[in-house]
Design a binder for this molecule. Structure first.
Ligand code: UDX
Length: 451
């Protein structure tokens, strides 16, 4: 919404939330206190805030004054009831629709921005028009459009300013043109794709499923490379040079994280089962199975390399966010790997340039876990990477932050207690550096010659 405000000075954009603390943070004079860390966001907010970009908790009046309402709430996977573990929980979408139905005036265009299961627009429409009494008195009318968001965290502002495409799904020509006119201010017309509403909703799930599938595919091959002596970087170059395959999104890693991939795949699986397409459901479910397998393979490999036990061993873990340039930890592979090592008795030293100690505490919970009478699994947050390396048994690199690529790996290796191990789950340590390192080394997809 900030990017819309930035490109359309004549349009007034108001963001509302029921969470007063969040809105206060968005209005904070100190731009470093914005609730989300995202490169470029601070600048966009500071250029437009209180000019044509407002943050408010006055939901009622904001809806009353709006010609267009974007529903951008979260749709987490249900953990209870029918479809638990797979289906999306639409309670926030539903509650937004009820509020729009109650407070809106005249004609209102509702745009689904949240990633939703196919046919959610139908549900929104039903809620909107069911309030017939209010409707006839106030002459309310509605149009529902789907315009899913394809931005990736860490590059969100760039993705929004220069998207590969935007989708507008719907059938009401007036509403479609109103939304198209907004996007046209900075997006070339050929990148604005008009579809029916169900294609638009489904395309978002499928785009994420295809991306996640690529990551699982390359991760599965990383294990095969390690076993056969092939080098994943060479394989990626060879297959990525084929234009039909393309070279993007082929970096092996500790498994994908983030708020979208897992949720959307589970949702897709649920949808396939609902339509009795069980074989299709099973096919997509494998993407999740490989992802979980990759995370577990890494924690058990660390234990195995450290002579079968990590009990009372000091391990420095670099990175906790699910990828670089974000402080988001949702579904981060770091969570499971850290828990596994703590449960095996390791003393984990955790570092991340943007994730706070409190956030890590929320994700892992345990600070100290009794393994037997003499050993305890525990973790602490560390700021100084070199100090934390001193006397540690191993370093595991989890997140691909530039900062970690530029560390003095030779120095770190020298500070470790020998025999030491460096585990690079992102493949960022180069061959040149490797020659200088006096530690055992494991890299995802790298032929296991040093083990
Ligand atoms: C994703 C989609 O890219 C975006 O279009 C959608 O709107 C939301 O979901 P995001 O979750 O922010 O965006 O991050 P993305 O860059 O897609 O990465 C997801 C995960 O896959 C991360 O954990 C990342 O580290 C991992 N990944 C990505 C790899 O392991 N290898 C790759 O080559 C690419």
């Amino acid at each position: 919404m900030s990017v819309i405000a930035d490109n359309c000075p004549d349009i007034e954009v108001t963001l509302v939330d029921i969470d007063h603390k969040k809105i206060a943070a968005w209005n904070d004079k100190n731009l470093s206190n914005l609730p989300i860390f995202e490169p470029g966001l601070k600048e966009v907010v500071s250029r437009n805030r209180n000019k044509n970009l407002f943050f408010s908790t006055d939901i009622e009046n904001s809806i009353k004054n709006a010609d267009m309402v974007f529903i951008s709430v979260n749709t987490p996977t249900k953990n209870k009831g029918f479809g638990a573990g797979y289906a999306s929980d639409l309670k926030w979408v539903e509650s937004c629709a009820r509020q729009v139905s109650k407070y809106s005036k005249g004609h209102t265009i509702i745009v689904e921005k949240s990633t939703v299961p196919v046919k959610t627009a139908e549900l929104i429409e039903e809620i909107l028009v069911s309030n017939k009494k209010v409707k006839s008195v106030n002459k309310k009318t509605f149009s529902v459009l789907s315009s899913p968001e394809f931005l990736a965290e860490g590059t969100a502002i760039k993705d929004l300013e220069n998207p590969d495409r935007v989708l507008i799904g719907g059938s009401d020509k007036f509403a479609i043109n109103q939304l198209k006119d907004i996007y046209l201010r900075w997006i070339p017309e050929e990148k604005i794709l008009l579809t029916n509403i169900w294609s638009s909703e489904l395309s978002k799930l499928i785009a994420n499923a295809f991306l996640a599938q690529r990551v699982s595919s390359i991760n599965s091959i990383s294990a095969l490379c390690e076993s056969t002596g092939a080098d994943i970087k060479e394989v990626v170059k060879a297959i990525g040079s084929d234009k039909r395959i393309g070279n993007k999104f082929l970096s092996p890693g500790p498994g994908f994280g983030g708020s979208c991939f897992k949720k959307d795949i589970l949702n897709l699986v649920y949808l396939c089962r609902f339509y009795k397409l069980d074989t299709v459901a099973e096919y997509w479910e494998q993407v999740m199975l490989i992802n979980n397998w990759q995370k577990q393979r890494i924690s058990s490999l660390v234990v195995e390399k450290l002579y079968g036990t990590v009990s009372n061993k000091k391990i420095l873990m670099l990175g906790f966010s699910f990828k670089s340039n974000t402080n988001d930890t949702r579904e981060s592979p770091a969570i499971g790997i850290a828990k596994d090592l703590i449960e095996n008795g390791a003393e984990l030293l955790l570092n991340d340039p943007k994730v706070t100690k409190n956030q890590i505490e929320k994700e892992i919970g345990i600070r100290e876990l009794e393994i037997d009478k003499i050993s305890f699994g525990k973790w602490e947050f560390v700021n100084d990477i070199y100090e934390a390396s001193t006397g540690a048994d191993a370093v595991i690199l989890i997140t691909d932050w530039d900062k970690y690529e530029n560390l003095n790996w030779e120095k770190i290796s020298n500070l470790l207690r020998k025999p030491s191990w460096i585990f690079d789950t992102r493949g960022i340590i180069t061959d040149d550096l490797l020659q200088k390192i006096d530690s055992n080394f494991w890299q995802v997809g790298y032929p296991m010659t040093n083990s």
